[in-house]
Design a protein around this ligand. Structure first.
Ligand code: ADP
Ligand code: MG
Length: 459
C-alpha cells in the first residue's frame, strides 16, 4: 500500500502521512489522552519496518506502550501499511539509576540533599493502580499521571477540584508514589494547605523552626498541596506559599493542588495566588457513574477477599451514588458481617446498610460536630459538656480525643474550628488528638474497636 514517491516529494509526503496518523490516533484514543500525548509525539523518520517518533522521556514511552500499544499499532498500520510499527525514542534519558532526575539540572543535583524525601507521608493504598478510572474522574486521572511522568509539562501546575470523597487525595498521593518510584531520590512533599499555614505560624514564632521550614520547602521536586480551600486567611502564609510556589515553578518543578471547589470560589485566597492556581490545568472530578461505582466495589471487595453476591454489589451501586468513601463504608460494614449468601442474609445485609444508602442520607451527608460529640459521649457514657470541659482524666480525655479525631475524619472542618467547638482549644490540641488516635487505630489497640464502631454509626 505504501507507494513509492519521488525523492523531492518525500518530505511533504511524510508530514502528510504523519498528520494522517495523528488523525487516526485521535479516533482511537480517549480525547483527553490524545490531547495530552498526541502533541508530544514527533515524527523522526520512516524505516523499512517502522516509523520512528520521539517522546519527551522514557516514562511516557513506557506508558504509551503499555496503555495504548494496540491502538497505536492499528493507527500506524492503517496509514503506513500492515508491516509497520511505531518505535518510540525518548528525547532524554531519565532512568533512575543515572542521577535520579529527568530534568536537565543534574549539575545542581550534586549538592542536593533530600532530608524529607524518605519520610514523605503517603498512604500506601493511594496509588494509581488502586484507582478505578471511569467517567467523572478520567480526565483528572490522566492529568495526574501525566504530571507525575513529567512535571515540566504544560499542565503544571495541576489543580484538581471536586466534591468530598471522590478521590482527590487518592490521586494527589498517587502522583507522589509514582514520582518516588521513578526517582527514588526525588523530594516529594505532601501537605494540606492548613498544615502548611500552621507550620508557617509556628515558624514565625521560633527561629529554629523557621530554618527547618525554609530547608524543608527548598529543593522540592514535586509539591502536593491538599485541601487548598483551607488556606489560612493570614496574609503571611499565602505570601510564603506564593514565593515557595514561584521558586518551584521557575525551576521547572511540579505542583499539584486539590480543593473541594475551583479557585474562583475560594474567597479567602488572594488574587495573585488564585491566578497562579489557574495558570496550569484545572480539572474537576465528578461523582462516578453506575459502571464505575460497580467497578470500584468489585475492586475493593476483591482486595479484601470479600465474597459478595453480585446482586448486593449492584444494589449498593444503584443506591450510593455520590461518594466513593461511602461505597467503602458499605464494604467495611459487610466485612464485619462475614459471608452473605441466600436471600435471608441478603436482606439482612441490605437492612444493615440501609442508613448508608438511603437517599435522604445521601442528600445531607454533612455531619455536624454536635452529632459527633453526642454519639461519642453516649458511647463512652460521658456528657457532651465533659467533652468540652477542661477536665483531663483519662475517662474524659480519651473520648474527647476520639471525638476530635472523628471530627477531622468525617467532616470538612479545620483544626482551628474543631478546637473552638471543643471548649475553645488550640488547633495543635486537635492535631495531637488526631495523631494519637490514628496511631491507636493503625496499631489496632483495644480502643480502635470503639473508634471503628462509632465511625460506622456515624457514616
Ligand atoms: P477526597 O480527597 O476527594 O475527599 P479521597 O481521595 O479521600 O477523596 O477518597 C475517599 C476514599 O475513596 C479513599 O479511600 C479512596 O481510596 C477511595 N476512592 C475514591 N475514588 C476512587 C476510585 N476511583 N477508585 C478507587 N478508590 C477510590
Ligand atoms: Mg481529600
Amino acid at each position: 500500500m505504501a507507494e513509492k514517491t519521488a525523492q523531492t516529494e518525500s518530505d511533504i509526503d511524510s508530514s502528510d502521512r504523519w498528520s494522517e496518523f495523528k488523525d487516526e490516533l485521535r479516533q482511537r484514543l480517549p480525547q483527553v489522552q490524545f490531547d495530552i500525548f498526541g502533541p508530544r509525539l514527533n515524527f523522526m523518520e520512516e524505516t523499512a519496518d517502522s516509523v520512528v517518533a520521539s517522546v519527551p522521556n522514557p516514562m511516557i514511552q513506557d506508558w504509551l506502550k503499555d496503555q495504548f500499544g494496540q491502538s497505536i499499532d492499528e493507527a500506524i498500520q492503517s496509514v503506513y501499511g500492515s508491516g509497520k510499527s511505531l518505535e518510540l525514542q525518548p528525547e532524554e534519558d531519565s532512568t533512575p539509576s543515572d542521577n535520579g532526575q529527568s530534568t536537565s539540572d543534574s549539575s545542581q543535583n550534586v549538592n542536593r540533599t533530600f532530608p524529607f524525601g524518605e519520610d514523605v507521608d503517603l498512604n500506601p493504598q493511594y496509588t494509581f493502580d488502586r484507582f478505578v478510572v471511569g467517567s467523572g474522574n478520567e480526565y483528572a486521572y490522566t492529568a495526574a499521571q501525566s504530571i507525575a511522568e513529567d512535571p515540566t509539562n504544560s499542565y503544571n501546575p495541576l489543580f484538581i477540584y471536586g466534591g468530598v470523597g471522590l478521590g482527590k487525595t487518592h490521586l494527589l498521593q498517587a502522583v507522589g508514589h509514582r514520582v518516588k518510584n521513578q526517582w527514588q531520590q526525588a523530594n516529594v512533599q505532601y501537605i494540606s494547605a492548613e498544615q502548611f499555614t500552621n507550620e508557617i505560624i509556628d515558624a514565625m514564632r521560633d527561629t529554629n523552626k523557621r530554618k527547618d521550614f525554609k530547608y524543608r520547602y527548598r529543593n522540592i521536586d514535586m509539591f502536593l498541596v491538599d485541601d487548598v480551600q483551607f488556606f489560612g486567611k493570614t496574609d503571611h502564609s499565602q505570601e510564603e506559599f506564593f514565593h515557595t510556589f514561584n521558586t518551584l515553578y521557575e525551576n521547572g518543578k511540579g505542583t499539584v493542588f486539590c480543593s473541594d471547589r475551583p479557585p474562583k470560589d475560594i474567597p479567602e485566597i488572594e488574587e495573585r495566588l488564585r491566578n497562579r492556581f489557574e495558570m496550569g490545568l484545572m480539572v474537576d472530578i465528578q461523582p462516578p457513574d453506575y459502571e464505575t461505582r460497580l467497578a470500584i466495589l468489585q475492586d475493593k471487595a476483591n482486595q479484601q477477599a470479600l465474597k459478595l453476591p453480585h446482586e448486593l454489589l449492584d444494589w449498593i451501586a444503584q443506591n450510593v451514588t455520590r461518594n466513593v468513601r461511602r461505597l467503602e463504608g458499605c464494604l467495611s460494614r459487610l466485612a464485619m458481617m462475614g459471608s452473605v449468601s441466600g436471600d435471608v442474609e441478603l436482606n439482612q445485609a441490605k437492612q444493615r446498610l440501609r442508613d448508608l444508602v438511603s437517599p435522604e442520607e445521601e442528600a445531607q451527608p454533612v455531619l455536624t460536630l454536635d452529632q459527633i460529640m453526642e454519639s461519642v459521649a453516649e458511647h463512652f457514657s460521658v456528657s457532651v459538656s465533659d467533652l468540652k470541659s477542661r477536665r483531663r482524666t483519662q475517662a474524659i480525655a480519651e473520648p474527647r480525643q476520639v471525638a476530635m479525631y472523628l471530627s477531622r475524619k468525617l467532616t470538612n472542618r479545620s483544626y482551628a474550628d474543631i478546637g473552638q467547638e471543643f471548649g475553645g482549644r488550640d488547633h495543635s490540641t486537635v492535631m495531637h488528638a488526631e495523631d494519637k488516635i490514628k496511631e491507636i487505630v493503625d496499631k489496632q489497640k483495644p480502643l480502635a474497636r470503639h473508634v471503628r464502631s462509632l465511625k460506622q454509626d456515624l457514616t
